[in-house]
Design a protein around this ligand. Sequence first.
Ligand code: 5GP
Length: 193
Amino acid sequence: MKKKKMIILSGPSGSGKTTISNYLLSKIPDLKFSISCTTRNIRNKEKHGKDYYFISVKTFISKIKKSQFVEWEEVYPRVFYGTLKSEIYRIWKENKHILFDIDVKGGLKLKQQFPNNSLSIFIMVNSIKKLRKRLIFRNSENEEKINLRLNKAKKEQEYAKKFDFVILNIDLLKAKKQVTKLVSKFIHHNNNE
Ligand code: 5GP
């Protein structure tokens, strides 16, 4: 039986963590993505049950009341994101390790709840200016939402030191490789206990 582990990938919106997380999933077959619930609108190419469980605010609140989340956050005003407890059981039952792509506060909450079997990695950007460019290039948010994400990013960068590792994403390929190395080492260490 494998020791069940968690990889927590956090960092500002636009830091490249979703790209890095997809790379990790393609390189490490023992890793499975934790599908979060969100109340935000679905974007082009996204799929319900693959990228997120897209649910209404009403359904989200009912899940909070039923204590179905291991953590949840109002990441942006009136936009909720959360990790279901059932998601963790589902993946561990498949005998896989879990990968979370999650905001900074949620990431720290998970680390607190699972201190011994989790690895937390913060993906850092070297400048907010570059982050703005990436968010504009991504073309999924309007100006107002981009500013909201940038303001949040400035605050989030201050939490970096609370993570096990910080990876600076200047060169995406280099960042992908650094993260993969850390994750492989972590999941293969003491894995037969
Ligand atoms: P996006 O709207 O760009 O997909 O995600 C916005 C932010 O919410 C990202 O930082 C993402 O990592 C975070 N996020 C995604 N799922 C969860 C979750 O389950 N809990 C928390 N706290 N944040 C999440």
